[in-house]
Design a protein around this ligand. Structure first.
Ligand code: SF4
Length: 438
């Protein structure tokens, strides 16, 4: 059943042209003459003279009276542009206010809002969460499910198709948490770069970043689980330009050989992944994390060598490595070209050696630097140390810094950010002292 649109164009012919542009963007809708059974009602307003203003507002109120539940009422045009702030306060009947510059993205604005009303957006209710383990950081879920078809993964089977959470709902949850003192957020999902694709919005992360940046009080954010074939350069640039989002890039590549990427059904080849990783690595103070699978069916010796060579050349800050294992219901389980266990174990050992070396190298780069850290609490290593993390790092994932001295007067406050001088490395942990407030 097609969705229905009722559009009222008030004012001059200029407005009519703008209305036609909107209709052009909304061709999937059936145009109806009455607002009563429309799914979307647009009033393209005129604010030229008082009588026109009154007509615009009266039209909106009349349409609201009779519209069906869950329909969207959109106010666009000159009046909405001129008095947007006042109208937003007074005209609660309207769901979307848009001015004169958004006619050609009206479809996008409607989709974003419909997402809020969509019955599949089960996350919109924003059930009150009690954040455990931190008084400053929270993980925020962007979506459930996944539309990818990775050969080795059973997640789409039990989590279902991608279901993005409404942007409004994400913003609402973050705003509430900021009002409780949280200032650092990690946005997560199975494939974060697909966020809002189920609403035909290609780069939903750009919308997310813009919306989150407007929340006063949030100072630190990162996005986890980028997926190569749904990640665009525009999203990477948006992250790099952001004052709030760190240059923190977590993109599980799983492999680098074209042959394996194809067998794994990852949707992107070597060149695309290398291009994306180069952008990430060249971003100022960037931190690049990935994960790799060793021993996937069909992984030839030369594929593995290509992987090793690439890892040695690229130098990730952190890598998780997994030995391939058959998972019920996956494509890979049915593949014939399985790798013997002893070969998988040998490959894992080689990768682990590289990873250990590179993690230490990444940590060693911090020695002698003054870096922003967040004091987290007493260290489990020893009560003498305070546990901290580098501000860019994801909570509980990228490591621990041991703070052994404090040059400030007064106690170190847990959950607060400071500048620390990193002096040495002990095992796989950095050791440093707090030298000033951040
Ligand atoms: S590995 Fe990640 S992206 Fe691939 S199917 Fe599983 S959940 Fe989706």
């Amino acid at each position: 059943m097609s969705k229905k649109l009722h559009l009222v164009s008030l004012g001059c012919t200029k407005n009519l042209i703008d209305s036609e542009v909107m209709l052009g963007r909304l061709q999937e809708y059936e145009i109806v003459n009455e607002g009563t059974d429309a799914d979307v009602i647009i009033v393209n307003t005129c604010g030229f003279i008082d009588a026109a203003k009154e007509e615009s507002i009266q039209t909106i109120l009349n349409l609201h009276e009779e519209r069906k539940e869950d329909s969207l009422l959109v106010m666009s045009g000159c009046l909405s542009e001129r008095y947007k702030e006042e109208l937003q306060k007074d005209l609660k009947e309207v769901d979307i206010f848009t001015g004169v510059g958004d006619y050609d993205r009206i479809d996008e604005l409607i989709k974003l809002k419909q997402n809020r009303f969509s019955p599949k957006s089960y996350l919109i209710k924003n059930e009150e969460r009690v954040i455990t383990g931190s008084n400053y950081h929270a993980y925020i879920k962007l979506s459930e499910g996944c539309n990818q078809q990775c050969s080795f993964c059973a997640i789409p089977q039990f989590k279902g198709k991608l279901q993005s959470r409404a942007l409004d709902s994400v913003v609402e949850e973050v705003t509430k948490l900021v009002s409780k003192g949280f200032y650092d957020f990690s946005f997560i999902s199975q494939d974060s770069s697909s966020y809002l694709r189920d609403f035909e919005i290609k780069d939903g992360l750009i919308e997310l970043i813009s919306a989150i940046e407007k929340i006063e009080g949030i100072t630190s954010a990162r996005i986890l689980y980028l997926y190569p074939s749904t990640l665009s350069d525009a999203v990477l640039e948006k992250i790099i330009d952001s004052k709030i989002f760190h240059n923190y890039f977590d993109m599980p590549i799983q492999h680098i050989s074209d042959n394996l990427l194809r067998i794994m059904r990852r949707g992107s080849g070597t060149d695309v992944i290398k291009h994306q990783l180069a952008i990430m690595r060249n971003a100022p103070d960037s931190f690049v994390r990935t994960s790799i699978i060793a021993g996937h069916p069909g992984e030839r010796e030369k594929d593995f060598e290509e992987l090793v060579e690439f890892l040695k050349e690229f130098h990730f800050d952190r890598i998780n490595v997994f030995a391939y294992s058959d998972e019920e219901g996956t494509k890979a389980k049915t593949m014939e070209d399985k790798i013997p266990l002893e070969v998988v174990e040998k490959r894992i050992a080689i990768l682990n050696e590289i990873i250990e070396e590179q993690t230490i190298e990444s940590l060693q780069k911090e020695i002698g630097k003054e870096i922003e850290i967040i004091a987290q609490g007493e260290s489990s290593e020893h009560e003498y140390f305070v546990a901290a993390k580098k501000a860019i790092w994801a909570e509980d994932i990228d490591g621990e810094i041991l703070i052994n001295d404090n040059e400030l007067e007064g106690e170190i406050e847990f959950g607060k950010s400071y500048i620390a001088l990193i002096e040495e490395i002990a095992g796989d942990k950095l050791v440093g002292k707090i030298i000033r407030e951040s």
